[in-house]
Design a binder for this molecule. Structure first.
Ligand code: ATP
Ligand code: MG
Length: 406
């Protein structure tokens, strides 16, 4: 089987999917804009061929080049696991007449307003919302929704340009801050906890399901630098309070015509116990969420996704053994990391439960915490008991401190 996989080396976790594809026995034909000579040596054995294009986001140009490159060869799948490329993959599939999700289906996972319209049309609970492409339309939407409300880009990521607006003056400053965004979604603000619902689907039916808790909610984590964001996968998915979220998630997949592959949904659990839809992508979650799911069940979803995408078969056990927590750290100060305190003591106490420690080392330049949830590195921990996993995760958040600059 010949599989075109878009962007096999970037973002870095794509290298794991490339490995997975090779391990289930297919020829991986990579297409990306990283120079061939810059591909990591560890990736090369998994690539049967590679086409370097000038700009992977330039869809029409990539389609033309891939078409010419593949002349005379047979292709069985075109796949992508990175959000900005899922539409391009669907366009290539349509162009080559290949099985997989259509542009229309994928657009339902990419356009936040269309997504909500389709989910709502299926009778599911979504935040009331309006599409707006001018200041006037934003103000009109605010009149109808009331405060508090959310203003965010129609096709955003990483909570960028997302604002909670609680008053008229806040609305005006959000309008000023979001001026560069062409089209926004204005939404009713949903109170409650926030979770993921992640799947690997075969023809829209989950072969694998996962829930993770955001602690705190992404918008809060992404607007307060002092916070060490924590995300913990939930081992016990049978607990009654999460049932509405799982039911909602499965129905959303049907409503949007999910095909085969990863999905990553976000949803709210209101104080009344109601599940409200947030958003969904037809690709895996980023920021090591797939590693977290792997640590939850001691499985390899990079490979199982590949098996599903190519052969519609999922062979890993789905029993959950652990709650796996990831803790992202942000250094105090600017510039290069200068020191880390509390780590030794933390590892002495909880080292048995730590599966990864990837904090940036002293001397390394800080990452931009606004741009990447990865921030200045992370720890990954796990424990079979939720309360313990929670305690160990938050101990890393509070007891380890990173410093930068002088
Ligand atoms: N209607 C809403 N009510 C309450 N909170 C919301 C609402 N919409 C968005 N948020 C908050 O803003 C965050 C970012 O919004 P959303 O997930 O839609 O955008 P995003 O930029 O694609 O996010 P990311 O890429 O971080 O998943 C959400 O995770 C949530 O915390
Ligand atoms: Mg989101």
């Amino acid at each position: 089987m010949n599989v075109v996989f878009l962007a096999p080396s970037y973002p870095p976790e794509m290298q794991q999917y490339t490995r997975g594809l090779a391990e289930v026995g297919v020829n991986v034909l990579g297409v990306g804009d990283s120079p061939r000579r810059a591909l990591p040596p560890s990736l090369k054995p998994y690539l049967a061929d590679y086409l370097q294009v000038p700009a992977i986001m330039n869809e029409n140009d990539v389609i033309k080049r891939v078409h010419a490159w593949l002349k005379g060869r047979s292709v069985d799948r075109v796949l992508a696991n990175w959000e900005p490329l899922v539409i391009l993959a669907a366009r290539l599939r349509e162009r080559f007449g290949l099985p997989g999700m259509t542009v229309d289906q994928v657009t339902g996972f990419r356009d936040k307003q269309l997504m909500k319209e389709r989910v709502k049309a299926a009778g599911l609970r979504v935040p009331h919302s309006f599409r707006a492409s001018s200041e006037k339309e934003i103000r009109a939407a605010a009149e109808r929704i009331g405060f508090p409300m959310i203003v965010k880009p129609i096709s955003g990521a990483g909570s960028a340009d997302t604002f909670k607006v609680s008053s008229k003056p806040e609305l005006e400053s959000a309008i000023a801050a979001i001026r560069h965004v062409q089209e926004v979604s204005c939404e009713e603000f949903i109170e409650g906890e926030e979770f993921t619902f992640d799947t690997v689907c075969i023809d829209g039916k989950p072969a694998y399901e996962n829930i993770a808790a955001y602690l705190p909610k992404p918008l809060i984590a992404r607007t307060n630098e002092w916070i060490s964001p924590v995300i913990i996968t939930v081992r016990d998915m049978q607990q009654p309070r999460l049932r509405p979220g799982i039911t909602l998630g499965r129905k959303v997949l049907t409503a949007l015509g999910m095909g085969t592959g990863f999905t990553h949904m976000e949803w709210f659990l209101t104080p009344k116990g109601e599940a409200v839809f947030g958003e969904i992508g037809c690709r895996p979650g980023g920021a090591h969420l797939v590693d977290q799911m792997n640590y939850t069940g001691d499985i390899d979803l990079f490979r199982e996704w590949a098996r599903v995408a190519c052969w519609k078969s999922f062979e890993a056990p789905t029993a959950r053994k652990f709650n796996a927590g990831i803790i992202f750290k942000r250094a105090l100060g600017q510039g290069r990391i200068s020191r880390i305190t509390g780590l030794k003591d933390y590892l002495r106490r909880y080292g048995n439960h730590v599966v990864e420690e990837e904090l940036l080392r002293p001397g390394t330049q800080r990452r931009n915490w606004k741009q990447t949830l990865l921030s200045d590195g992370h720890l990954m921990v796990r424990h079979p008991n939720w309360d313990e996993a929670y305690k160990i995760s938050f101990a890393a958040a509070t007891d380890i401190t990173m410093y930068a600059g002088g």
